[in-house]
Design a binder for this molecule. Structure first.
Ligand code: G3I
Length: 324
């Protein structure tokens, strides 16, 4: 039996990752758990467009490198997040359009992937490009208005920038096959594979709600894998109305187990990343007031029932230390 979640995941060749915030690396309770339990790291904000290219053509990797260096010094791999996205664009990019914006996107991908060439094994090249409106179509954005081919241009640019990196499309609300958005993304990936657009993986963010893990999550992952791409769970958290109580925490634990089991049952599902370590710092209450408690450790850094559930799903029993 393994004694950390990362080691439990590694027994099947998978990873267990977390989002790391550079501003929290001075919190020793945070870094103790981060260094012990995970073998994959995503920068929560530090490799995004506003962070890495605050002025056009002037790249800044100081915060991104802080996360990267911490991860590597602690023996972890790094997922890159994210190169082309409608959100968290710096002001100069928000005001661009047309061919100027298209070129700025290409230059941004080249600049960031060039800096991390050979260092970052997988990138979320394009993030959240599909709409939640039930149409299955693209989200309106300045990038989308440069032409429907912006996503494939982003992937072709990324492949040329670092041919060794795995290139992912990453989105939320694509965990359930019956959702139109899922099928929109699926059709894009199928089209890309048919036409030779370089895409290697799909990330299912999985910002879920307690009691609402889609029953067909495993089949959904398998459908995408059958297109010839790897799949991974990239931003898992399972939120509830707060405060939490024992019943909600038990349901949450069962939900975490279902999600990790879904990944374990799909050969091409290579790992699970949770979107943070502790409920103390989760993004959820900022965006959904009155909700939270979505992660595996509570706000006091105590393991929640979800911890043992994830451990079991990876095929290990949770370790109980008996000191006599
Ligand atoms: O750093 C500033 C700080 O100086 C300022 O005082 C404070 C006041 O608002 O804002 C701080 O920046 C915030 C930043 O997080 C760092 O905490 C931003 O306002 C806030 O918008 C930003 O939120 C991030 C969010 O992405 C932005 O879209 C969250 O931390 C991050 O967890 C979240 O992550 C996204 C994924 O990238 C994509 N999928 C969804 C996921 C959750 O929204």
């Amino acid at each position: 039996a393994e004694s950390t979640l990362g080691a439990a995941a590694a027994q099947s060749g998978r990873y267990f990752g977390t989002a790391i915030a550079s501003g929290k690396l001075g919190d020793s309770a945070y870094t103790t758990i981060a260094s012990r339990e995970f073998n994959m790291v995503t920068a929560e904000n530090e490799m995004k467009i506003d962070a890495t290219e605050p002025q056009r053509g002037q790249f800044n990797f100081s915060a991104g490198d802080r996360v990267y260096n911490w991860a590597v010094q602690n023996g972890k791999q790094v997922r890159g997040h994210t190169l082309a996205w409608h959100s968290q664009q710096p002001g100069w990019m928000q005001s661009l359009s047309g061919s100027t914006l298209r070129q700025a996107m290409i230059d941004h991908i080249n600049g960031v992937m060039g800096h991390y060439k050979g260092k970052i094994a997988q990138w979320d090249v394009v993030n959240e490009a599909f709409s939640d409106d039930g149409s299955g179509g693209r989200r309106d954005s300045n990038l989308q208005r440069t032409g429907n081919d912006w996503i494939e241009v982003a992937f072709r640019t990324a492949r040329a920038a670092d041919p060794a990196a795995k290139l992912c499309y990453n989105d939320y609300n694509i965990e359930n096959w019956t959702w139109a958005k899922t099928q929109g993304v699926y059709n894009m990936v199928r089209d890309f594979k048919q036409r030779g657009v370089p895409i290697d993986c799909v990330g299912f963010q999985s910002h879920l709600i307690v009691g609402q893990v889609p029953g067909d999550f495993r089949q959904n992952l398998q459908r995408f894998a059958d297109l010839g791409v790897d799949v991974r769970i990239t931003e898992l958290d399972i939120r509830m109305r707060t405060p939490s109580d024992a019943t909600k925490l038990a349901t949450q634990a069962a939900d975490y187990k279902k999600v990790v089991q879904a990944c374990m049952q799909v050969t091409r599902c290579q790992g699970v990343t949770v979107w943070g370590i502790t409920d103390k710092y989760s993004w959820v209450p900022d965006v959904f007031p009155g909700e939270g408690a979505a992660l595996v450790w509570d706000a006091s850094y105590a393991k929640k029932p979800a911890y043992a559930a994830v451990m079991e799903a990876f095929g290990s029993r949770s370790h109980h230390h008996h000191h006599h």
